[in-house]
Design a protein around this ligand. Sequence first.
Ligand code: OMD
Ligand code: FE2
Length: 428
Amino acid sequence: MDYQTGFLNHFATEAVDGALPVGRNSPQKPAFGLYAEQFSTTAFTTPRVENRRSWLYRMRPTAAHGKMRKAEEVGTRWLSSPLDCGIADPNRMRWDPLAQPDGDVDFIDGMTTYCANGDVAACDGLGVHLYSCNASMKDRALQVSDGEMLIVPQQGTLHLTTEFGRLDVPPGHIAVIPRGVRFAVAVDGPSAGYVAENYGEPFRLPDLGPIGANGLANPRDFEAPVAWYEDRDCTFTVVQKYQGHFWTVTLDHSPFDVVAWHGNTTPCRYDLARFNTIGTVSFDHPDPSIFTVLTSPSAIHGTANCDFVIFPPRWMVAEDTFRPPWFHRNVMSEFMGLVHGEYDAKEGGGFAPGGASLHNQMNGHGPDAHSTQKAMEADLEPHKIDDTLAFMFESRWPFRLARQACELPGRQSDYDDCWTGFPKAELP
Ligand SMILES: O=C(O)Cc1cc(O)ccc1O
Ligand SMILES: [Fe+2]
């Protein structure tokens, strides 16, 4: 599979020589009778530095389709904010991994919403979902008009076909699909993972401040597809998620008919092993913001709609320091998942790869009693935390739980117990 590298680069790619116009976007007659189409994920008037748009050259215009039909039977467990869930719940939550589906289930129908915040109609907040699927989408594509999809595979490689080309996304990588891009997901077998459906501002690289010009996720490690198309006349269903509901429309051809494109809004993938992890070389456990891969800003500067933060393998060298995450209460709300290995704040068990946890705004959490005792007694030699990859979706808005997430059999009703048995401090 070929890729082009760079985050938000201005790419230019053609699958057929001569398909991409030179020096203009919309010639009177594009080559071969292709149709030019602008695809925007920021407003036309967004300042240049943040402006995102691409030009697609396709065999038929996207506009050439019939009436869309509301499809109640599609994506029945994929919900949107505001969730109809009664009162918001301050309890800390944790879940075992999702069960494998019964029968053939694809990426759309395998999606289960756990929680969401903000409001899809206000273009604020995010939906947090876990998928568990075992079937490829056949002659079926998905268009999520409600937000950008940040996909974190945990089990099984996702083979993505998009209007911009194809991407393979194994566990340890992430994919980001801009709002509205049509894509199909093929799998090799049982596949599971996590999704942030970002209703807000598109994800971007965080500023580096005093870190300097390099570090964390480096722009050149993001990979975009090269143009790829299929000239296939067939009955093809496009599923659109629009304002929390699913709609379908039938085409007489594959929508993956973009022969060339250029621009800076494009799906991409990123290998999290490329993340240049920064940490203390003196003392104290730094704030996890140093592990931010991508951020979706909100209107309040420095206060994210969503930060995507990872906890990758790294050396721990801090002296006279309680090395795991400290106990804390956070104005931001934290949803966590685990791709593989063990998370250093939850060595007492219960946070399994494929599982999830939610610590909502202002509610106390931190290492479980087992991890706490171990960290307080540890010999503070340099120590490599290895074979692990946890992550967090952190947001300025408290998450509302989906009722279906409360009712999942894997929800751990005893999660609070991991913080029991702390000996009381003894004062002089
Ligand atoms: O709660 C968590 O486990 C995530 C987290 C990790 C960390 O190192 C510091 C703060 C924080 O919220
Ligand atoms: Fe936390």
